[in-house]
Design a protein around this ligand. Structure first.
Ligand code: NDP
Length: 477
């Protein structure tokens, strides 16, 4: 019997995807560059379903029923191109190559166009949820042709996470749309993690709470509107004690955050598209700053305020205030991320359904959260919503939270606790709602030194002031 799907690249992600497919009753052809991983999988997990191990590209392709569906799960970048070049010549018109690795969407667009010319479908697919998700149900974000989704979609929906019986998998849009959305997902993940980390730092710095006590605060938050995988695991991490030293685990970890680069991609693309994703950018820079040990040790002695922790009513209120600040900042970060998806969709003609994106992020992925249900509802009610901040539900919640949000930030500033994520979120909120921005002055400066011209609030046209002679505006057009 032929396999309904094949997986090549059987490291942790590919192996678990293959097992997930087999556990759902699909016959799965297996292939990996080095044979050992294939043998390993069959030896250890062969009983979980029907696997067809193969040890050459030709045998792998021959094992697949047509149209062939083969999933590539290798190290992203040049290896993906190498694997495509190995298999594409062996395939027939209408076959489907799925790249489930973390490719940059621009690479996916290039590969899709090339393979389309050769009569093949190429489906760049975002997969989120790490190795556990791959095995038990990830959130799956496939791009590529709608036609390829007709054949491939049911298999992916089978193995995806389910929320209220709905699979966390949907066709996102043509060519690179799936990988683009996965990229923004990771960017939002950076922002969310940073905001949670700042909340911890605030609770510790302003109240002097121990990590185990802060874990309890997070557990309480996790029963409310902030309920999410990231809050849940944060409580676990904070409650964890280092066995070797008996001190809180978080205190023995070096405080330099690393990154694999998807956050950086999100920021770079945000700049290219002109979308102010300030929350994701600050989170990415915060990781970068933490790693600059030479800068940090040079600056360590710089003066700061005396830190007298909060007392009395202010202390009692503080954890609740931080919850509100975290919620409001999170709404901003997600609003920005969804704006980036809107911008990408417009730029590349993807016609992405934002409600569907929120729906498939509700389960399986790292940012899964109760909150995404509300985001889904907001875009269902108003598909062209300019920003989540003005949707019925979020508008009220953020307005209610703003006093606490401002209060937390003033405490942070007073005590010298760095809150780049919270700060940029509030600045964004205040800038968006402002009647007038000092951008008018920036335009004046630009016109002064570079004759860059400006528009006026009271008249149509483009204007330039002859700054050297007098301040009289002359209409140019
Ligand atoms: P790795 O990224 O570590 O990649 C290892 C796999 O790639 C092995 O199967 C390896 O084969 C294969 N490989 C590397 N170079 C080549 C090449 N030139 N030709 C053929 N095969 C090659 O594996 P992961 O399982 O961690 O991740 C797989 C993909 O999934 C990556 O794109 C990753 O970004 C993405 N991803 C990972 C997540 C995670 O949590 N780890 C989450 C979501 C996506 P060999 O055994 O022969 O060395």
């Amino acid at each position: 019997d032929k396999a309904s799907i094949g997986v090549t690249g059987l490291a942790v992600m590919g192996r678990n995807l293959a097992r997930n497919l087999a556990r759902h009753g699909h016959t799965v052809a297996l292939h990996n560059r080095s044979e050992q991983r294939t043998r390993d999988l069959v030896e250890r997990f062969g009983a979980e379903g029907t696997f067809v191990p193969t040890y050459s590209a030709r045998d792998f392709v021959a094992a697949l029923e047509r149209p062939r569906k083969l999933v590539i799960m290798v190290k992203a970048g040049a290896p993906t191109d190498a694997v495509i070049e190995e298999f594409a010549p062996l395939l027939d018109e209408g076959d489907i190559i799925v790249d489930a690795g973390n490719a940059h969407f621009a690479d996916t667009r290039r590969r899709e166009a090339e393979l389309r010319d050769r009569g093949l479908h190429f489906v760049g697919t975002g997969v989120s949820g790490g190795e556990e998700g791959a095995l038990h149900g990830p959130s799956i974000m496939p791009g590529g042709s709608p036609e390829s989704y007709d054949t491939l979609g049911p298999l992916l929906e089978d193995i995806a996470a389910k929320v209220d019986g709905t699979p966390c998998c949907a066709h996102i849009g043509p060519d690179g749309a799936g990988h683009f959305v996965k990229m923004v997902h990771n960017g939002i993940e950076y922002a969310d993690m940073q905001l949670i980390a700042e909340s911890f730092d605030l609770l510790r710095g302003a109240l002097g709470l121990e990590p185990a006590r802060i874990a309890e605060v997070f557990r309480t938050w996790n029963t409310g509107r902030l309920e999410s995988y990231l809050i849940e695991i944060t409580a676990e991490v904070l409650a964890h004690t280092d066995a070797a030293t008996g001190t809180p685990f978080v205190d023995v970890v070096a405080d330099q955050a690393e990154q694999k680069g998807t956050g950086r991609w999100t920021v770079q693309v945000g700049l290219d598209l002109g979308v102010p994703i300030t929350g994701i950018a600050e989170a990415t820079f915060a990781r970068s700053l933490s790693g600059h040990t030479e800068l940090r040790s040079a600056a360590r002695g710089l003066a700061g305020p005396t830190r007298a922790p909060l007392t009395g009513a202010a202390a009692e209120r503080f954890a609740d205030d931080v919850e509100q600040a975290l919620y409001a900042s999170k709404v901003v970060a997600y609003a920005q991320g969804f704006n980036q998806i809107q911008a990408g969709s417009a730029e590349f003609g993807w016609d992405i359904d934002l409600g569907a994106v929120a729906a498939i992020w509700r389960g399986g992925c790292i940012i899964r959260a109760r909150f995404l249900d509300d985001i889904r509802a907001a875009f269902r009610a108003e598909p062209d919503l300019p920003t989540l901040l003005t949707s019925g539900e979020f508008r009220g919640a953020v307005e209610d939270a703003q006093d606490a949000w401002r209060s937390v930030l003033s405490t942070a500033v007073r005590l010298g606790i760095p809150t780049p994520g919270f700060s940029t979120a509030l600045a964004y909120y205040d800038a968006l709602r402002a009647e007038r921005l000092p951008a008018a002055l920036v335009q004046g400066q630009r016109d002064y030194f570079g004759a860059h011209t400006y528009r006026r609030v009271d008249r149509e046209g483009t204007f330039h002031t002859e700054w050297a002679t007098e301040g009289r505006p002359e209409q140019l057009a």
